[in-house]
Design a protein around this ligand. Structure first.
Ligand SMILES: Cc1cc2nc3c(=O)[nH]c(=O)nc-3n(C[C@H](O)[C@H](O)[C@H](O)COP(=O)(O)OP(=O)(O)OC[C@H]3O[C@@H](n4cnc5c(N)ncnc54)[C@H](O)[C@@H]3O)c2cc1C
Ligand code: FES
Length: 275
């Protein structure tokens, strides 16, 4: 399958995640084709007249060949996508990029640290771990968002917490008038004291604003988590998605083809990264 060629994908369902995010369930129009995706990878998603942008898969591979993207309205394309409904057609190119290390982290305790929409790429990883729960150790999820309303997938939290040996800790920066919250407030690294996970057999997976991942990685290094077992997923502005245009370059690496998932030790020290 030529990954450069946009393919038509039909929206077979949508789900609003208020206030500004929407999930799209899609299937390729051509029944003879399917995307061989892995959790952590992304598609370039486009709408004629509005351009295209990278969006990670928000669901793991599905037996029926469908796939999901969850998109926050921030700019020209993503705001237009909020008005797309079931039956309409999007264009997709992909899957591109590296995936979460599901095989490499088998048998390890997992610390998943997400900030805001950084939970979008981490959700398929978690769902795949839950499908084969006995193959992994303890799972601790630390999830921070600006406000309680921005804790995406909150309708799934009870199901996640019911998984064996799995713990979810939440925090928000701020509680706006009209919203209620009796949990932790402050940055996500403020949850480190509750994580209950030792570095010796742990792997860390994190996605969120780069500045958050910087403090997460540095805080965990100080707690003796090894840099080669801290995995970060980066979001950079992209154009080609295939390592040709240089838009997403980071030192000698290209986020589109060498990432978006990197081991922290691969990135630390480049001048053009906050990490
Ligand atoms: C690998 C990867 C995976 C991603 N996955 C997701 C995902 O699953 N869900 C999701 O919601 N988003 C995801 N993103 C982010 C998404 O690709 C961007 O938000 C994308 O730019 C949206 O396109 P747009 O046309 O709607 O917005 P744009 O018009 O591109 O604007 C996006 C933001 O960037 C600002 N901006 C515009 N032009 C510039 C410029 N020249 N320089 C700096 N800033 C500028 C805008 O003000 C706005 O805040 C991902 C990004 C990457 C790299
Ligand atoms: S987007 Fe063109 S090189 Fe990465």
């Amino acid at each position: 399958m030529n990954l450069q060629l946009p393919k038509e994908a039909v929206v077979i369902g949508t789900k609003a995640h208020p206030p500004d995010t929407k999930a799209f369930k899609l299937r390729l129009r051509n029944d003879n084709e399917r995307l061989e995706l892995r959790s952590g990878q992304f598609n370039m998603v486009g709408l004629p007249g509005f351009g295209e942008a990278p969006f990670t898969f928000s669901s793991p591979p599905q037996a029926d060949g469908s796939f999901e993207h969850t998109i926050r309205a921030v700019g020209r394309l993503s705001k237009r996508l909020m008005r797309v409904e079931a039956g309409e057609t999007l264009h997709v190119r992909g899957p591109f990029g590296t995936a979460w290390p599901l095989e490499q982290v088998k048998g390890r305790d997992l610390l998943v640290v997400a900030g805001g929409v950084g939970m979008i790429p981490l959700r398929p990883f978690l769902l795949e771990v839950f499908q084969k729960r006995e193959e992994y150790g303890k799972v601790v999820v630390l999830f921070g968002a600006r406000t309680p309303g921005e804790l995406i997938y909150r309708e799934e939290f009870d199901t996640w917490r019911r998984q064996p040996n799995t713990f979810l800790h939440l925090t928000v920066d701020d509680v706006p008038p009209g919203e209620t919250w009796d949990g932790h407030t402050g940055v996500v690294t403020g949850l480190f004291s509750q994580m209950g996970i030792e570095p010796d057999n742990a792997a860390v997976l994190t996605c969120g604003p780069e500045i958050m991942m910087r403090f997460v990685a540095r805080g965990l290094l100080l707690r003796r988590f090894p840099a080669n077992r801290i995995y970060v997923s980066l979001e950079r502005r992209m154009k080609c998605g295939t390592g040709h245009c240089g838009h997403c370059q980071l030192g000698p690496k290209f986020v589109c083809k060498d990432g978006p998932v990197f081991r922290y030790e691969e990135l630390a020290g480049f001048p053009d990264t906050l990490l």
